[in-house]
Design a protein around this ligand. Structure first.
Ligand SMILES: C[S@@+](CC[C@H](N)C(=O)[O-])C[C@H]1O[C@@H](n2cnc3c(N)ncnc32)[C@H](O)[C@@H]1O
Length: 331
């Protein structure tokens, strides 16, 4: 297998032989993983470069078209057209800035009275670089979806520190996000509200039937392909906080596990807050291929990581012991 890696200073060929021949001391599985990662990064860079070229070409085509049009007009018609275009641009900018202002207002209001939802970022030590990257993308998606909502939630990122924070800060505009960024853990930051904390986990025996505005729901910020099975349940039990799982089984049959990605869970919660209808929320967010029943709902959202998760579950990935990891939140 041979792939091309774009690195900005020319291209570099990466082949299986090359990766294997590196005196890295990596196991065969780790080498395969590394190759997969390199392939992924190379394809991503290639796609990005292609899109950049296409965008430039399209811009040039439009400019040429515009210049040709202007050249075919009289002086008077030309001035009129230019003024018209300026007016349209101004209108567009005003509309955009109005929309932006509305979004800011909605998010600011949500800070006071929106449903509190936490993304718990205390698992970065259990994830690979690629998994952290995937989580960062999911968080970005969560923020974007919440920002668009007519009644957004009050989002929190707790345990936001170290590598996780560094990666998030690389996102354009992250510093301006209207979100609660907290480097302490939720158990510390919200110690006065402990009785209202509810950890959402697919392993809970408690099935949610509604969302309580007084409760603070926690989603595990974890991309683990369910390698760390049961880890959030264990954490919540050790901390003595409530747990709940989404009532997926009451409304649809899944073709595999009911463990969803962070962004899917958040999107379901947001849809439910809007509609108070679990079934509609599940059908709109959970990809059709993950469901057994035929329906007409369109799959939405970020699915890449979830696909990986599913694939790995299918291949019967070995479950790791969660004991060692739990020490990090006991202290
Ligand atoms: C990719 S999952 C992480 C799975 C992880 N092994 C665990 O033990 O939670 C990301 C998070 O989404 C939430 N989640 C996923 N599926 C869920 C479900 N069916 N019900 C409730 N929460 C769910 C949980 O908070 C979970 O930690």
């Amino acid at each position: 297998m041979e792939i091309i890696e774009e690195n900005g200073e020319g291209s570099e060929n990466i082949s299986e032989v090359q990766v294997n021949s590196q005196p890295s001391g990596l196991s065969k599985t780790a080498q395969k993983k590394r190759l997969k990662q390199l392939t992924y990064e190379a394809r991503k860079a290639e796609k990005k470069a292609k899109m950049k070229v296409e965008k430039k070409r399209e811009g040039e085509r439009k400019r040429r078209e515009w210049e040709e049009k202007l050249a075919s007009l009289s002086e008077e018609e030309r001035s009129k057209l230019i003024e018209e275009r300026k007016g349209q641009r101004k209108e567009r900018m005003e509309k955009r800035s109005e929309e932006r202002e509305h979004k800011i207002q909605r998010l600011t209001k949500a800070k006071e009275n929106g449903q509190n939802i936490i993304i718990d970022l205390e698992f970065s030590h259990l994830m690979s670089r690629a998994e952290i990257q995937s989580l960062v993308q999911q968080i970005m998606y969560c923020y974007a979806v919440n920002r668009k909502c007519s009644s957004p939630a009050h989002l929190w990122l707790t345990g936001c520190k170290g590598d996780m924070e560094i990666q998030l800060q690389r996102l354009p505009g992250f510093d301006k996000w209207i979100i609660e960024k907290e480097n302490r853990s939720y158990i510390e930051a919200l110690e006065d509200h402990k009785e209202n904390l509810v950890y959402l986990t697919a392993d809970s025996d408690t099935v949610l039937d509604d969302l309580d505005p007084n409760k603070i729901y926690i989603v595990g910020g974890l991309v683990d392909r369910n390698r760390w099975k049961g880890i959030t349940m264990k954490k919540a039990q050790e901390q003595g906080i409530q747990t709940g799982r989404l009532p997926i089984g009451n409304y649809l049959k899944m073709s595999s596990s009911q463990v969803l990605t962070v962004n899917q869970v958040l999107e379901i919660l947001l849809k439910f807050l809007e509609t108070r209808d679990w079934k509609a929320s599940f059908f709109q967010v959970i990809p059709q291929r993950k469901r057994c029943e035929a329906d007409s709902g369109e799959p939405q959202g970020e699915e890449d990581e979830e696909e990986c998760q599913e694939k790995d579950n299918e291949s019967g990935r070995k479950k790791q012991c969660i004991e060692a990891a739990s020490n990090s939140w006991k202290s």
